[in-house]
Design a protein around this ligand. Structure first.
Ligand SMILES: Nc1nc2c(c(=O)[nH]1)N[C@H]1C(S)=C(S)[C@@H](COP(=O)(O)O)O[C@H]1N2
Ligand SMILES: [Mo]
Length: 302
């Protein structure tokens, strides 16, 4: 059975000193070449605390409404999800549409470890050491057709194993979307592992999106379809409550959620009484991604 996380870092690479270096940085350092994405992790390292939260914290406080709306529902109920075999349908404006088996995808991808800050719209945060590959590499594998401007994602629909789908708390299946340049950005990851272990079901097994400069809800879990589109695709939270959740969903401490402030955050690993921390623009990834939104009014495009 294939190991879905496939971490090609050796154990020796994962020392405290190199914890914040992803594989491309290590390779770039050795070869003396500059690689896209190199600035990303290093500047995040300088500006924010990237001490990973514990496995326990990361896997016991989750949002995955297919298993219930409580933070501990995913941990309690997601065990019922069958994740093998798994494939992703890639269609729409691509050169090679079709059903891609996850094991085939993984055999062709460069796997990396990336430690990302995670910021939920509910104003809490954690730091997660992901294993995964760049979404851009998968999109290149399918081949982009001219006219593709957005990427739409869809979660598995399987009410027999996802009891939350029997209730109309959201419109099922869960869907998300990115603009193509956001999807192609080197920080945008398809994750298949955490702490070098296969990603647990409650965190979106066997494969989920991670977009570190956006609120957590953009990071759709258990993905079965990716569609390249010309128009802006629908997103589950925008459908459910358009006043509170826009398409862009960039972390922005200066734009409050209608019902609470986004200026500070509670670190889940810090416990209930830890001091709140100020939230950084684009969750600390401003240098890397601000240029994507130049000329846009981030109050209108929230
Ligand atoms: N399919 C699906 N994906 C989802 C969600 C969900 O309910 N269903 N919740 C989102 C929200 S609101 C958050 S904060 C993150 C939580 O990811 P985590 O549980 O790994 O921390 O997943 C996102 N992806
Ligand atoms: Mo969230």
């Amino acid at each position: 059975m294939a190991k879905r996380w496939i971490n090609d870092l050796s154990q020796a690479d994962i020392t405290p000193e190199s914890t914040y270096l992803n594989r491309r940085q290590i390779l770039a350092g050795m070869a003396g070449v500059s690689v896209a994405g190199l600035g990303a992790a290093s500047s995040a390292r300088a500006s924010a605390d990237l001490t990973p939260d514990s496995w326990e914290v990361i896997t016991s406080y989750n949002n995955f409404y297919e298993f219930g709306t409580g933070k501990d529902d995913p941990m309690k109920y997601a065990g019922s999800l069958t994740t093998e075999p798994w494939s992703i349908e890639i269609d729409g404006l691509v050169e090679r549409p079709g059903t891609y088996a996850l094991d085939d995808i993984l055999s062709k991808m460069t796997m990396e470890e990336r430690i990302y800050r995670f910021r939920c719209v509910e104003a809490w945060s954690m730091v997660v050491p992901w294993n995964g590959f760049e979404l851009a590499d998968l999109l290149q594998m399918a081949g982009l057709k001219e006219g593709a401007k957005y990427v739409a994602f869809e979660t598995l629909m399987r009410p027999e194993e996802m009891p939350g789908q029997k209730y109309p708390v959201l419109e099922w299946p869960y869907v998300e979307g990115l603009r193509l340049d956001e999807a192609m950005h080197p920080l945008t990851l398809m994750a298949t592992g955490i702490y070098g272990k296969p990603i647990p079901n409650q965190n979106g097994a066997p494969i989920r999106l991670v977009v570190p400069w956006k609120y957590g809800f953009k990071s759709i879990k258990s993905i079965v379809r990716i569609t390249l589109t010309e128009g802006e695709p629908p997103t589950s939270w925008n459908r459910a409550n358009p006043r509170e959740y826009g398409f862009y969903s960039n972390v922005n401490p200066t734009v409050d959620h209608p019902r609470w402030s986004q200026a500070t955050e509670r670190t889940i690993g810090g416990g209930l009484f830890a001091k709140r921390k100020p939230t950084l623009m684009f969750n600390g990834y401003e240098k890397e991604v601000a240029s994507l939104y130049e000329g846009m009014d981030l109050r209108t495009h929230y």
